[in-house]
Design a protein around this ligand. Structure first.
Ligand SMILES: Cc1cc2nc3c(=O)[nH]c(=O)nc-3n(C[C@H](O)[C@H](O)[C@H](O)COP(=O)(O)OP(=O)(O)OC[C@H]3O[C@@H](n4cnc5c(N)ncnc54)[C@H](O)[C@@H]3O)c2cc1C
Length: 295
């Protein structure tokens, strides 16, 4: 469901003569309250949000792979993916890496604070099409955030999916996000393999790029699908390797990031290969992408 701003009028908003409330403005954010704050590491925090309006809360729904446009006064607006699965009630989670003005301001948020959100936007992962398959997730750094929504969705609908394997790579042990989820997923039968580019004294696990973990998995072309998210260069090398391993292009999915202003296919900022990432993506199968070298 796209949050329909005509059903929701921000407090204090008024029409041209101060008479009628402003309705139908797609850019109007809806207030949502921060319910929980979970520090993932020094740069990354997960926020659980709930709409101020209980009716909006009740009716709001989204799908894994979609994103919200998030805003704070004087800080601008940015797209952020859902990191929790839909259908559990109790709000939704966004996991944010401190990058610039808005995301730094978000890191100062505390439970009870309010931000603006609009959405959900974008084409999600094709969860119905993926049903019946075994799934290989490959994530780099905060790229695990949108895949976390998918993994938890699959666990909530366990009988619909086959084996689940997660390969997760980070630059250093300090960059790992969702440490508790990795343990929880392992206990739930997800095969989780982690690696870091550079180890420190705290790390006794694998060292090397996430592509190296692909040596440890066997995937069958018919029954496996792969979902990949991370930095562009990582996506390129992982997808190339998965092709070499025999997975067809239409069994490979990724979610892309580009600068976005509107989130709804109007401004054109996120144009790539004749596609608007915000509206036709951010999720694409490799069959839909000509060239992954410049992701
Ligand atoms: C569909 C989508 C989903 C996203 N999901 C998440 C998410 O779940 N969690 C998360 O932390 N981030 C996510 N991002 C990235 C996030 O939107 C940017 O980091 C955010 O716009 C930064 O806003 P800011 O005001 O803090 O930084 P700004 O002050 O606007 O920029 C800070 C720096 O980051 C660069 N930058 C900004 N946006 C991007 C971008 N899209 N790609 C590359 N460089 C960029 C700027 O050029 C600048 O150098 C997503 C982006 C897209 C397109």
């Amino acid at each position: 469901m796209i949050l329909d701003p005509s059903r929701y009028v921000a407090p204090g908003m008024a029409g041209p003569q101060g008479s009628k409330p402003v309705r139908g403005n797609i850019y109007l954010p809806v207030p949502a309250q921060v319910r929980e704050v979970h520090r993932e590491n020094d740069l990354v925090t997960t926020f659980v949000l709930e709409f101020d309006d209980p009716l909006v809360n009740q009716e709001f729904s989204f799908e894994p792979g979609q994103f919200m446009m998030v805003s704070m006064p004087h800080c601008g607006e940015a797209p952020i993916s859902f990191s929790s699965p839909p259908g559990r009630g109790g709000g939704f989670a966004l996991t944010v890496r401190r990058a610039g003005r808005l995301t730094s301001a978000m890191h100062r948020l505390r439970p009870g604070d309010t931000i603006g959100v609009r959405g959900p936007y974008g084409r999600p992962f094709p969860m119905t099409e993926l049903a019946g398959s075994s799934l290989l997730f490959v994530a780099g750094g905060i790229g695990l955030a949108p895949l976390r929504s998918v993994i938890d969705f699959c666990l909530d609908h366990r009988s619909d999916y086959g084996e689940i394997t997660l390969l997760y790579g980070c630059r250093t042990p300090a960059d790992i996000c969702f440490a508790d989820d990795l343990e929880r997923w392992s206990r739930a039968g997800v095969r989780c393999l982690c690696t870091v580019d550079e180890a420190d004294d705290s790390w006794s696990g694998r060292v090397g790029l996430v592509t190296e973990l692909l040596q440890d998995v066997q995937v069958e072309a018919d029954s496996w699908r792969a979902l990949v998210c991370g930095p562009g260069i990582m996506i390129h090398f992982v997808l190339s390797r998965l092709l070499e391993m025999g997975l067809p292009r239409d069994h490979l999915f990724t979610t892309l990031e580009r600068h976005m202003k509107c989130g709804v296919g109007i401004c054109g900022h996120c144009f790539l290969e004749e596609k608007l990432i915000c509206r036709e993506g951010p999720v694409f199968s490799l069959a839909e992408l000509d060239d992954t070298r410049n992701l």
